[in-house]
Design a protein around this ligand. Sequence first.
Ligand SMILES: [Zn+2]
Ligand SMILES: [Zn+2]
Length: 323
Amino acid sequence: MPLTLRFLGTSASRPTVERGVSSIALVREGETLLFDCGEGTQRQMMRYGVSFSFADVFFSHFHTDHYLGIIGLLRTMALQGRTDVLRCWGPQGAVRFLRKCETLGADRLTFPLEVKELDPGDSVRRRDYAMHAVLAEHRGATALSWALVEDTRRGRFNPDRARASGIPEGPMWGLIHRGEPVVLSDGRTVRPEELVGPSRPGRRVVITGDTRPCESTRLAATNADLLVHESTFGDEESQRALETGHSTAREAAQLAHEAGARRLVLTHLSARYTRDVSELESQARSVFAPTTIARDGMEIDVPFIDAGADTQDSADANGTEHA
Ligand SMILES: [Zn+2]
Ligand SMILES: [Zn+2]
């Protein structure tokens, strides 16, 4: 079950020749989620092969470098005759900003546009994951970060042991894998823990909007498989980061380290770092080695922590429900 992030825009405040402004597409099990939609996002989507047939945009806040692109995107979708609902999620103020974008983008949309405002602590529940709204600290702006947290997966089913125990392949395997004891024809009871390993954690991906390093991000990113954190400035502008409600590369790395994240990707770079990111990279890596500086078009794969531990995933009972 692949989970990948495609960075569509990685520049802070304004686009540069090399970088567009904020947007990330996350693709998980064929579902695409968009995070922020800066100016030019739709063209970046075309360039990097991100489908327009997605249903959700999660906005961090309503500074122009994070949402102006939705105007053109709505217009294109209307021109294409889209009929599926588009859901936009954001902090308080989302309705006001996005309804204005709606009237600018098209005379009449061909599809329903839903806008939902969330507060920190709220979450959007989906079949096998939840999207949590996380408090961000951004110079007084109402701003959120987002944490995608997958549900715990069932333990691995051991087909060899099942056969050895004389349990016929079939519906019983599925029952046991789902945690139910079964009674065999000879009267024996087989309990799930005999054939199913411990449940396995899902993945956790945290994507900040513009923010100072803060406790809420640290909590959300605890043991995260991937933290994407803004990193507008380097060490030499740490005072400016403080004043403008942004983070330095080193501060983001320190937070990733404290949270015990497995990997950090830095984005939202000030224009002065648009070409040469070596400074930012070395400042961050001196604190947290598994740091990558994002660039437009970059794709990041987020594997399961236990991926490759064994190959029994394909042997899930009945081969039906892959946990
Ligand atoms: Zn910004
Ligand atoms: Zn901002």
